[in-house]
Write a protein that binds this ligand. Structure first.
Ligand code: TYM
Length: 331
C-alpha cells in the first residue's frame, strides 16, 4: 500500500487557508493509502512561542484532525516530538543538505528578513531538514500540502536523489507533493496580495472564530472596483480569492463557479453566498471540535499514534544508520 504523510505546525490558530489547502484533504487519503498525519510541534519551536500557547494549539490540532474526519483506525495521528526518530534522522540528514540551498528557501527568506539578522535561530534555517526527516522516515509516496510547502518537498526530492546515489541503493522513497488544484493558496481577506497565515490576524478567518465574526469578515473582505463576479486573479484578486474559497468548499471547478455567478452584479449578494457556504462547512466542524477538545480521546489517539509511528520510523532509522556506517548492534 502506498503511503501518504503530512503535518501542521501548532504555531497559531488555524485558518481557513490551512483548512482548504491541507486539513480538509487529509481524509481523502485514508482509504487508499497508509495515512500518517502528525503535529509538527518541534517545528513550532523554530520561532519564539509561549509554552502554554504551543500546548493548547497542539491539542487543538488533534481535535481538528478528528473533526475533519480523520479516523484513528485508518490514519496514524501522532506528535512529532513523541517519535524520537524524527530528531535522530534530522541529525544525520543535516550533513546532506547544503547551506546554499537552505538559504534559498522562500519561507526562510520571508521569515528571516523581518528579524534581527544576528538572532536568526539555527532551527529556522534548518527547518526543511527536519521536514525531510518527517517525510523520509515513513517513505511517503505522496505529501499533500498547500502551495507554500511545495518548495520544501522538492528539496526533499533532491535529497533523496543525493542520498540514494551516494550509497548506491534505493533507500528512500521519492515523495511527490500533492497540491490541491483549487485552494492551494488562500489569500488574506484584507490584503489579497498576501497569503492568509496564522501569524497575521488581519484578514484571516480562524477555524475557531464565532460564526457571526466569520460572516462579518467575509462581508467586509476587500474587493475590487466594478460589480461583476468573475475569476480574474490579476485584476480582481479579492473577488477571485472569495471565488476560490467558494469553489474549494463546494468541490466545484472555477469554470463552474464562473458560470454560477455570471448573472450576479452585486458584490454584496455574492459575498453573502460565500459566507453561507463557509458557515455551512465550518459550523458543524466546530461542533465536532467542541465535542472532542475536552474529552480523553486526544491523549488516547496520541498514545496509539506514537506507538504505530515509532514502529515504522525506527525501522527506517535503523536502515539509514547501517547505510551510513553507524554501528547497529544485533537485537
Ligand atoms: P503549516 O502549519 O504552515 O501549514 C499547514 C498546511 O496548510 C497549508 N497552508 C495553506 N494552504 C492554502 N492557503 C493558505 N493560505 C495556507 N496557509 C497554509 C500549508 O501549505 C500546509 O500544507 N512545514 C509544514 C508542516 C510540516 C510538514 C512536514 C508538512 C512539517 N513537516 C512534512 C508535510 C510534510 C508547515 O509549517 O505547515
Amino acid at each position: 500500500m502506498k503511503r501518504s504523510l503530512s503535518g501542521i505546525k501548532p504555531t497559531g490558530n488555524l485558518t481557513l487557508g490551512n483548512y482548504i489547502g491541507a486539513l480538509r484533504n487529509f481524509k481523502n487519503y485514508q482509504d487508499e493509502y497508509e495515512n500518517f498525519i502528525f503535529i509538527a510541534d518541534l517545528h513550532a519551536l523554530t520561532l519564539p512561542i509561549e509554552p502554554s500557547f504551543l500546548r493548547n494549539n497542539t491539542k487543538d490540532i488533534v481535535a481538528f484532525y478528528l473533526a475533519a474526519g480523520l479516523d484513528p483506525e485508518k490514519t496514524t495521528i501522532f506528535l512529532q516530538s513523541d517519535v524520537s526518530a524524527h530528531s535522530e534522522l534530522n541529525s544525520i540528514l543535516i550533513n546532506y543538505l547544503y547551506m546554499g540551498e537552505l538559504s534559498r528557501m522562500t519561507q526562510f527568506k520571508d521569515k528571516s528578513q523581518k528579524m534581527n539578522q544576528n538572532a536568526i535561530g539555527l532551527g529556522l534555517f534548518a527547518y526543511p531538514v527536519l521536514m525531510c526527516a518527517d517525510i523520509l522516515l515513513y517513505n511517503a509516496d505522496v505529501v499533500p500540502v498547500g502551495e507554500d510547502q511545495k518548495q520544501h518537498v522538492e528539496l526533499c526530492r533532491d535529497l533523496v536523489h543525493r542520498f540514494n546515489n551516494r550509497y548506491n541503493k534505493e533507500l528512500f522513497t521519492m515523495p511527490t507533493p500533492v497540491i490541491p488544484k483549487i485552494g492551494a493558496r488562500i489569500m488574506s481577506l484584507s490584503d489579497p496580495s498576501k497569503k492568509m497565515s496564522k501569524s497575521d490576524p488581519k484578514g484571516d478567518i480562524f477555524l475557531k472564530d464565532d460564526l457571526n465574526i466569520i460572516r462579518k469578515k467575509i462581508m467586509s473582505a476587500v474587493t475590487d472596483t466594478g460589480s461583476d463576479v468573475y475569476y480574474d486573479p490579476i485584476n480582481k484578486p479579492g473577488i477571485s480569492n472569495l471565488m476560490m474559497i467558494y469553489a474549494a468548499l463546494s468541490d466545484k471547478t472555477i469554470e463552474e463557479v464562473n458560470e454560477q455567478f455570471k448573472d450576479i452584479h452585486q458584490y454584496g449578494t455574492f459575498k453573502k453566498i460565500v459566507a453561507d457556504k463557509v458557515i455551512e462547512e465550518i459550523g458543524p466542524f466546530q461542533e465536532r471540535y467542541k465535542a472532542i477538545i475536552n474529552s480523553d480521546l486526544i491523549d488516547k489517539v496520541l498514545e496509539e499514534g506514537a506507538k504505530k509511528a515509532s514502529y515504522v520510523a525506527n525501522k527506517t532509522l535503523s536502515k539509514v544508520k547501517k547505510t551510513v556506517g553507524l554501528y547497529v548492534r544485533k537485537k
